[in-house]
Write a protein that binds this ligand. Structure first.
Ligand code: GLU
Length: 300
């Protein structure tokens, strides 16, 4: 990277932020459709623990599918290899909430980052601990080292009210014998994970186990799963735009329809960019651009 980090982030924000005008926040979850589309924040934390931020980096946003990374980390720790009998590890090439693929593939989701896969992960966690919503929240607080981290209940209610497609996915999973618990209970837990609200800074802190082994690590076994999580992030982390993101940015990443994208450069840093307007795949336009600029050292 050419410029000092803070200057670089300031330049990136100036270039990337205006691009948000080309998209719209997620419309299918009413509470997300109401988010201010001009928000933009970015936080980068180095392996040495230095923190750099720009814009609205301390404003909590709905992490949505970025939660799938953390629920998977927990399931890999608790359920271990058995999890992979229930979910594959291939890019889907289809929309993240596709029902068609799940049906044609007999109820085995392509990967743990599409909704069907994350619902299987939620089922595995819920099966082990019916009060998993609180266990998950506590885990995020420990990883972020911040007791203020919590759920956005308005987003949660909004998803329950409009989440028929996800409930349909859960029932298809159940029909194929790939869900142990009640589909309505499992989807409620899944929606809860998605409704976690965190700032870019909190989320980058929570991702540090993917960058380097942590001192006093809140979740020691998460660190052991890091290489596999990187692999899944690289191949499946940005919906059916994962190949393009790998080509342009080249870092393991995970996006969410709240407009956040988390990426890590293993051994070097974790970075989170947030801007609510999305492209047609469901990825944030300005956050994607910001990460492209970051790896190019700020662009020309
Ligand atoms: N809660 C969202 C859904 O299930 C998550 C989507 C996402 O961020 O990919 O539709």
């Amino acid at each position: 990277m050419t410029a000092p980090m803070q200057t670089l982030l300031d330049q990136i924000a100036a270039k990337a932020r205006p691009l948000a005008a080309e998209g719209k926040p997620a419309q299918y979850i009413p509470a997300l459709a109401r988010v201010d589309p001009t928000k933009f924040g970015m936080a980068l934390i180095t392996a040495e623990g230095e923190e750099f931020t720009v814009g609205d980096a301390d404003e909590p946003f709905s992490i949505q599918s970025i939660s799938k990374l953390f629920s998977l980390a927990l399931a890999m720790e608790w359920v271990k290899e058995e999890l992979w009998d229930r979910v594959d590890r291939e890019p889907s090439g289809m929309r993240f909430n596709s029902l068609i693929q799940l049906e044609t593939e007999h109820g085995k989701p392509r990967n743990p980052f599409i909704n069907a896969g994350a619902i299987v992960v939620a089922d595995a966690l819920y099966h082990r601990r019916p009060n998993i919503e609180w266990g998950f929240r506590n885990q995020m607080r420990l990883l972020a080292r911040d007791e203020a981290v919590t759920y956005d209940l308005e987003v949660h209610r909004s998803e329950i009210a409009t989440g028929d497609l996800n409930r349909a996915i859960a029932f298809v999973l159940k029909a194929y014998g790939n869900l142990r618990e009640d589909p309505l209970d499992v989807t409620r837990a899944y929606f809860k994970f998605c409704s976690m609200a965190m700032s870019a800074r909190q989320l980058a802190r929570a991702a540090m186990f993917l960058v380097a082994p942590q001192e006093n690590d809140a979740a020691p076994a998460h660190g052991q799963s890091a290489p596999r999580l990187h692999a899944l992030m690289r191949t499946c982390g940005l919906y059916d735009q994962s190949g393009e993101f790998a080509f342009q940015v080249g870092l393991p990443g995970k996006s969410g329809v709240g407009g956040g994208i988390l990426a890590v450069d293993p051994g070097k840093y974790a970075v989170v960019a947030w801007s609510p307007p999305l492209d047609r795949y469901g990825n944030s336009i300005a956050a994607t651009a910001a990460l492209e600029l970051l790896v190019q050292g700020g662009g020309a």
